[in-house]
Design a binder for this molecule. Structure first.
Ligand code: MG
Length: 380
């Protein structure tokens, strides 16, 4: 029986992880859950999966939850609660599915406690790739990617050493505005932006798909996960989201991973790795798909993609700034405070004001992250 803790259990990845687990009650035991503010859903999850620890964002949410869960369940809250959910119990695998840079410290704590990591929180590697990979080596921890693209690359590599890789290609659906020209993006609404053609995901990542920031963050994540230079990472627009990503080896042989777009497949693979088990997901029938299309990435249509590569190559503290500025800009767009195209303006402005730190410590990352958020909040 594998013991699982989930950080971000009420979000899109969290609920799908619990869905996977619910099909295998003999294989998995949920020992800890952390959610945000959705007390109702969390109370249901506790009732169904019986973790011994549960954590929420605030004390007020914890007070609400206490009356709704069995008395033996420990209810925690805030950063301390998240840390305890990550590292303070006997979980074997921690699924890190919280959104944003709040995922960094609990993920590091879980690595230091020797847990395997089902990595769905991108910011962990983006803001602190050098610290996280070093901690993984020190504690013999493997990062098992849950993102569909990285899971695809991980499956294609299947133990091949990274010096046999010529290039990897991350595929991108193009997001909700892929068929619009740049000029047609000026007045787009939040509702239009949230309507993703292929994937069912949370709000933040759906906006990040439309701006291509999501793919940019995935490029940085791939750099750390697979130890590749930025010259070895390409992005290709593939509207059908059937090929989830592929590896070209030094002999020019290409191995790709295909499937219907359903996050439960990469989630389950991270939980069962190196084993595979049946999933409740649909089967891919290529004859029904008929045709797969591909377009080169257009760095002028998607300036956030250009800024992501520049930030990744600059390294040090720059990816932290790119990520934090984007988080605030997306939150402001979702609140209808700024327009869609102003997301990229804010990122560009905040990046231009930042002085790079080459190898930031965890404290410096936290400070720079906070500075970038303040600056992004005050821009425009
Ligand atoms: Mg992805």
């Amino acid at each position: 029986m594998k013991k699982i803790s989930i950080l971000g259990s009420t979000g899109s990845i969290g609920t799908q992880t619990l869905d996977v687990i619910s099909h295998y009650p003999e294989q998995f035991e949920v020992v800890a859950l952390a959610g945000g503010h959705n007390v109702e859903l969390l109370a249901e999850q506790v009732k169904r999966f019986r973790p011994s620890v549960v954590s929420v964002a605030t004390q007020a949410a914890a007070d609400q939850l206490i009356g709704r869960v069995p008395s033996g369940v420990k209810v925690l809250y805030g950063d301390e609660g998240l840390l305890e959910t990550a590292a303070g119990n006997d979980a074997d695998t921690v699924v890190t599915a919280v959104v944003g840079s709040q995922g960094l410290k609990p993920t590091l704590a879980a690595i230091e406690a020797g847990k395997q990591i089902g990595l769905a929180n991108k910011e962990t590697l983006i803001t602190a790739g050098h610290l996280v990979t070093e901690a993984c080596q020190r504690h013999g921890v493997e990062l098992l990617p849950i993102d569909s693209e990285h899971s695809a690359i991980f499956q294609c590599l299947n133990g091949e050493s990274s010096d046999r890789i010529h290039k990897i290609t991350l595929t991108a659906s193009g997001g909700s505005f892929r068929d619009r020209k740049r000029e047609e993006l000026a007045g787009v609404t939040v509702k239009e932006a949230l309507n993703h053609p292929n994937w069912s995901m949370g709000a933040k990542i759906t906006i990040d798909s439309a701006t291509m920031v999501n793919k940019g963050l995935e490029v940085m994540e791939a750099h750390w996960l697979f130890g590749l230079s930025y010259d070895q990472i390409e992005v290709l627009i593939h509207p059908e989201s059937i090929i989830h990503s592929f590896v070209e080896f030094v002999d020019h042989s290409i191995i790709a991973q295909l499937g219907l777009p359903d996050m439960r497949v990469p989630i389950q693979y991270a939980l069962t790795y190196p084993d595979r088990m049946p999933t409740p997901t649909g089967r891919l029938r290529l004859a029904e798909v008929g045709k797969l299309q591909f377009r080169d990435m257009d760095f002028e249509r998607y300036p956030c993609m250009r800024m992501a590569f520049e930030s990744g190559r600059a390294g040090g503290s720059v990816p932290t700034v790119f990520n934090a500025a984007n988080e605030i800009a997306v939150a402001r767009f979702l609140q209808e405070d700024i327009s869609f195209l102003q997301i990229e303006d804010i990122i560009e402005t905040v990046l231009s004001k930042h002085q790079r730190v080459v190898a930031p410590t965890l404290e410096e990352i936290t400070e720079i992250d906070a500075w970038a958020r303040r600056t992004a909040g005050a821009t425009l």
